[in-house]
Structure formats: C-alpha cells, structure tokens
Design a binder for this molecule. Structure first.
Ligand SMILES: [Zn+2]
Length: 457
C-alpha cells in the first residue's frame, strides 16, 4: 500500500495543458507528490474544493513592494498577494532609500523578506547610475532572479536612467551571468519635452499623461535596448509593453538571433489587457501608470499578441502609492503605478472568461512562463510532482471587486478596478501546502514567506 499523503486538495485541477475535472493534488510536506482524477488516495487531511478551480499559485514577475515605504512595504503588500492568489512575487529593486545595487543590500533585503513576507519572493537587482557594473556578478551569484535597468529616470538614486555606454557595459556583464535584464522602456527626451510643453500650455489634466508618453516614446526605447542586447548577447526583456508592437519588435530581434545567450522578450501587465485612455480620464491619478493606458484598439492588438504566444508573461506591476499621492489635481504630480496584487487572479480569470478563452492560459501566462523567466520553474509556477505545493483556488460566480477589502495598510486600499464585476474570487491560497488565505482572511504570518533564489542560470 502507498504511504499515505499528508494532504489531498480536491477540485478541478488547471494546468497549462488541461483541466482535470474532479481531480486532486496530493501533498507530502510542502511538495506536490501526486496529481490525479477520480477517487483520491488516503491522506492525513482532505481539503475539499470540489467544483472550484485549482491552479498553480500565481508568480507575479513584476511588482514593487518598497517604492513608497521602503522594505516595510514587503509585509503588507505580501498580504494582498496572498489574498490575490499570488504565491511568489518577483520584487523590483527600486526601493527607498537604497535600491538593491550590491550583494550586501540584497542580503539585508533577503533578511527582511524572510522575517516579514507572507508569500515567497524572488528579487531583482539593479545597478547604480554610475560605477555599478562591477557589482553585477556578485548580485547574480547571490541569487537574484533578474536584473532591472531603466532608459527613463524617475530619481537619480532610487530609479536612475542608465546612459547608453553604461548600458552596453552592463548588458555585456549581465550576459556572462546568464540572467535576463528587464528594462523600463520610455524615451526620456521625448517625454520630458512633451511634458514641459503640456505644462507650459497649462494642461495638467489626466489625458495629458497619455499624450506626453506616446507610443513612440516606448517603441524607441524598445529598439535601443534590443540593439544593445544583440550586440552584447544578453537576454533583454521589455518590463512592460503597453503596445502589441513591443512584442513584434521582440520577435524580429529573436529571429535575428546572433550572439550566444541573446534573447528578446516582453511582458504585458494586466492593465494593458483591459484599461484604455478613457479610464485615465475617469480614474485620474488612480489610473496613472507608466507606460500609460492606450486605446481600445490597442487592447485588442495586445490580446492578439497574447493568444499568438508572443507575450512572455502577464504581470501586475503592482506599485502601491499611498492614496494621497494619487488624488492630486495635477496629473504630473501624481505617483505613477497601480495596485494590482489582490485583483490579479480574479481579474485575469474574468478577462479570459469574457473573451471565451481557457483558464489554462492563466496557468501559462501568470505562473509557468513568469517562473521560467525568473529561473524558478518547476519549483514554482507548476502543478507537477516535485513542485512546491503553491495553489490558488478560484470560485466562479458573480462578484464585484471592492477596494475596501484590500489586505494592506489603510491608505493603500485603493484600486483602479474598484467596482468592476468579476467572474471569480480567490476562495483559498496555499503556499507550500499551508493555507495562507481562506477566502476571508490572511492566515499567513509575517515570515511565512521565504526568499526564493534563482534555481538555474
Ligand atoms: Zn514596474
């Protein structure tokens, strides 16, 4: 007779390939030990989610816990991740007061993650505006999942623009580590000139956010980063493409191939699959993010790119600015970034369902592919024997997203999706076999989550 399993989770099991109706996932300890359909084997405990969907816990490949509050933001952002079905966050390095630019700072951040996070967390590293290239090998060796650099400067220390010669040197060094480098892709000169002209004309209303960051600002940046990637052999990744054109450009560069290790990929944040310029007008500061929302026609092109498999993965770019930073009359004075962790799983399910697309695409684009790019798969992002038992359980039905339910600090409980009809809710989230969200409250405690180093170069 088989050794009994510790836990059995019953439900309709969603993988990237198929949906196992009336299936089960059997766990030993923190790990998936069996997957099947029909009568489940004996186990110490049975968790019955029959009639609900059981997916791999989402791997959000792009979010910011610490842009506004510093590392103190990790604790509460990870609570909203648990409630949103996200079991692994890949956190960006642009933290105040000091971004993650060397192995010492990374070690300090890892300690904070291990002490305070409610979900598992991979970490990006970055470089100083000047003199940062020599720190690249140590950051890679210390387990970061990817590098992040920017063509656009928000702040010379926290979020600097890396100039072209430095970017060439950095990409060449990153290429030797085998890690990808994600790039914030906006052309500084174009955006600055257009913004100055708008301000001079007295136009600080919401739509001017879109007008001062036109598609050209994005595609110009895409071209230069891929050219440098082709030259240096690095895997260059557009951190967020709001344009289907970004994925086409990536595809063209992939075809050109070239130097060993060269790759060109791009990511779609979920907002670019559903939000439009009209939403910026409606939401004002709460609809401001960079790149901005585009037209409804562009959203359709984004879906074509996703369905065609051209998008590497879908992320949230969660960047929870305190609400007081979003309610300013001058759109240029508002913080850029949206909350999105807690709405991630319900919204992705809803968008797929509204278009008649399979929920298996959520397992592919919000778990497997992000985990693969960050070197975490198959430990993360998979329902497979041997993978961490990270699972999200979705209950289908008619729901409405309510920002008041966001599991974060009071002034971070706002959402661009407030009031949006949702076709599913997160009924439970499991992190390495433990229930961390039961559909009503976060059961994880600070430190339930762990730092996850990149598993493979
Ligand atoms: Zn971001």
């Amino acid at each position: 007779m088989n050794a009994p399993f510790d836990k059995i989770i019953l439900g309709d099991i969603v993988t990237t390939e198929t949906i196992l109706k009336s299936g089960y996932v059997a766990l030993r300890g923190e790990t998936i030990a069996a997957i099947g359909q029909g009568a489940p084997p004996p186990a110490g405990e049975t968790l019955d989610h029959s009639g609900k969907l059981v997916l791999p816990g989402l791997v959000d490949g792009h979010m910011h816990t610490s842009s506004a509050l510093g590392w103190a933001g990790i604790e509460n952002a990870s609570r909203s991740a648990a409630a949103g079905g996200v079991t692994t966050c890949c956190d960006m390095p642009y933290d105040i007061p000091a971004p993650v630019t060397n192995a010492d700072l990374l070690a300090q951040k890892i300690k904070v993650v291990n002490a305070t996070s409610h979900v598992d967390m991979a970490l990006y590293g970055t470089i100083l505006k000047t003199g940062g290239v020599p720190a690249i090998p140590d950051l890679a060796a210390a387990g970061i999942s990817a590098f992040k650099l920017s063509t656009y400067e928000y702040d010379p220390v926290r979020f600097p623009r890396i100039d072209h010669p430095t970017m060439v040197a950095a990409f060449a060094e990153i290429a030797t580590t085998g890690l990808p480098v994600a790039i914030h892709n906006e052309d500084q000169e174009l955006v600055e000139r257009l913004t100055a002209e708008a301000k001079a004309a007295g136009r600080t209303d919401p739509i001017m956010h879109c007008r001062t960051r036109p598609p050209l600002a994005e595609s110009m940046a895409d071209l230069e980063i891929f050219e440098i990637g082709l030259q240096t052999g690095a895997h260059v990744h557009i951190a967020h493409s709001s344009l289907a054109r970004g994925f086409e450009i990536a595809e063209v560069f992939r075809r050109m191939g070239g130097a060993s290790g060269f790759n060109a990929t791009g990511e779609a944040c979920i907002q670019y699959l559903c939000m439009t310029e009209e939403d910026v007008v409606r939401l004002k500061g709460k609809g401001k993010c960079n790149p901005p929302f585009r037209t409804a026609a562009e959203v359709e092109l984004m879906w074509e790119a996703l369905v065609a498999g051209k998008v590497q993965y879908v992320s949230t770019d969660h960047a929870p600015w305190p609400i007081e930073r979003k309610l300013l009359d001058d759109i240029f004075a508002c913080g850029a970034g949206l909350t999105g962790l807690q709405s991630f799983a319900p919204l992705m399910f809803t968008l797929l369902d509204e278009r008649g697309l399979s929920v298996t695409m959520m397992a592919t684009y919000c778990a497997e592919r992000s985990a693969k790019m960050h070197g975490l798969w198959p430990k993360k992002g998979a329902i497979r024997v041997g993978s961490d038992a990270d699972l999200v359980v979705l209950e289908c039905g008619k729901f409405t997203f309510d920002e008041a339910e966001i599991q974060d600090l009071p002034n971070l409980r706002w959402s661009p999706y407030h009031g949006r009809p949702m076709r599913a809710r997160v009924a439970a989230t499991y992190l390495r076999g433990s229930c961390i969200w039961d559909g009503r409250q976060v059961l994880a405690t600070p430190g339930s989550g762990r730092f996850v180093p990149r598993q493979a170069r």
